[in-house]
Design a protein around this ligand. Structure first.
Ligand code: ATP
Ligand code: MG
Length: 361
């Protein structure tokens, strides 16, 4: 029988007021699992239990078919990267990265070439002589990732690794890490609050709440077929369409989401087939009464079909050809645009905000 690369079986951890409750997870080699869920749902506790910092009251963990439930953290072959870059302050970047490797080998040439290689991949090879306190947040985090990867862990765990970084650094690191992970063939579990991480990195997604995993599956499963209304709510499933890439010009993809409806995406999607899933979050759609001149690639004319208030926002459904888009507005902008049912309106959204996902059907 083929065994899973990582199997977490019916894991329970009792922390007094909080319980990790009968959690099961399966990961194949080279998989990239992103765990999402509200604050306090147990994402970090789960990662730290897999890493060996909490001992389970019940359940087992298997790695490559071997039980590791009671092994010490350093004997599991698992590395963990945290949100706050924990580098050793008294060592320069080179020695920080080399730290774990030095426990495995004394060969200076091997150490030097491996450190240089990984530093180059993470584009920090010019910083190796620097002390950690002189680095920017993004540079520190790249050094922390390099330090974790250099020992070639069987699994890399990352607990909100980019959360403390600004948006630009975040997206730069996302694409960088994707590359490094692919080149190193590393199996990853990544906890994140950021849906762009999910769209850009995840092959599989798990949604946690109250110490339980509510759903795990492919990105497509979780986002378009949520098994639980909490999951649907949490992932904000709206504007998920099946589409077909009909043309691409450098970074711009032309996607047909219905026979008469073409939209543009600049997602750096490495597609093997032309069939894709398209996701546009409602917040990224801008509404206007007139067509306007801008660099926004997608401007569509539609008709308001429905509107309803949710808390301090107004949701509207706009039909464009035979496709229904959902958007969200403040009551103020709803008023100033004089939005009402059957009114014609323009929708604009950037090609950057058209996220593409693999089609699993
Ligand atoms: N060592 C501990 N002892 C007791 N309770 C703990 C311990 N560590 C975490 N908890 C509790 O377990 C619960 C889950 O915490 P956890 O840090 O896993 O949440 P999280 O999903 O990672 O949240 P966030 O998104 O805010 O990081 C919380 O209620 C927390 O207070
Ligand atoms: Mg956490």
């Amino acid at each position: 029988m083929m065994c899973m690369f990582l199997e977490v079986r019916n894991l329970s951890v009792d922390l007094g007021q909080f319980h990790l409750d009968n959690v099961s997870l399966n990961l194949e080699k080279n998989d990239y699992l992103v765990i999402i869920g509200p604050t306090g749902s147990g994402k970090s506790v789960l990662l730290e239990t897999i890493a060996g910092f909490f001992s389970p009251d019940d359940g087992q963990i298997f790695l490559e078919g071997n039980e590791i439930t009671n092994l010490t953290p350093e004997n599991r072959g698992i590395s963990i990267v945290y949100q706050d870059y924990v580098l050793f302050p008294h060592m320069n970047v080179f020695d920080n990265i080399a730290y774990g490797l030095k426990k495995k080998t004394n060969d200076k040439d091997i150490i030097e070439s491996k450190v240089k290689n990984i530093a180059k991949l993470l584009k920090i090879d010019h910083l190796l002589h620097r002390n950690p306190e002189t680095l920017s947040g993004g540079e520190k985090q790249r050094a922390a990732i390099a330090r974790s990867l250099i020992v070639e862990p069987k699994i890399l765990l990352m607990d909100e690794p980019f959360a403390a970084l600004d948006v630009n650094t975040h997206s730069y690191l996302t694409s960088l890490i994707k590359n490094v992970i692919i080149q190193h063939q590393t199996t990853c579990i990544h906890v994140s609050h950021n849906f762009n991480d999910v769209y850009n990195l995840a092959e599989h997604v798990a949604v946690m709440k109250d110490g339980k995993i509510l759903q795990q599956g492919t990105l497509h499963d979780v986002f378009s077929r949520p098994s639980h209304n909490y999951v649907a709510d949490f992932v904000g499933v709206h504007n998920v369409f099946q589409g077909k890439i009909v043309a691409h010009d450098k970074s711009l993809l032309k996607i047909e989401i219905s026979p008469e409806l073409i939209i543009f995406s600049s997602d750096d999607f490495v597609h093997e087939s032309k069939e894709v899933m398209v996701a546009i979050r409602p917040e990224s759609i801008i509404f206007s009464n007139e067509r306007f001149v801008s660099s926004v690639r997608n401007q569509l004319k539609g008709v308001v079909k429905n509107m309803f208030e949710v808390g301090h926002t107004v949701w509207i459904e706009v039909q464009v050809k035979d496709v229904m888009f959902k958007g969200v507005l403040t009551p103020n902008s709803c008023q100033s645009l004089e939005i009402k049912k059957e009114k014609e309106i323009y929708l604009s959204f950037k090609s950057l905000n058209v996220n593409l996902m693999d089609c699993y059907e």
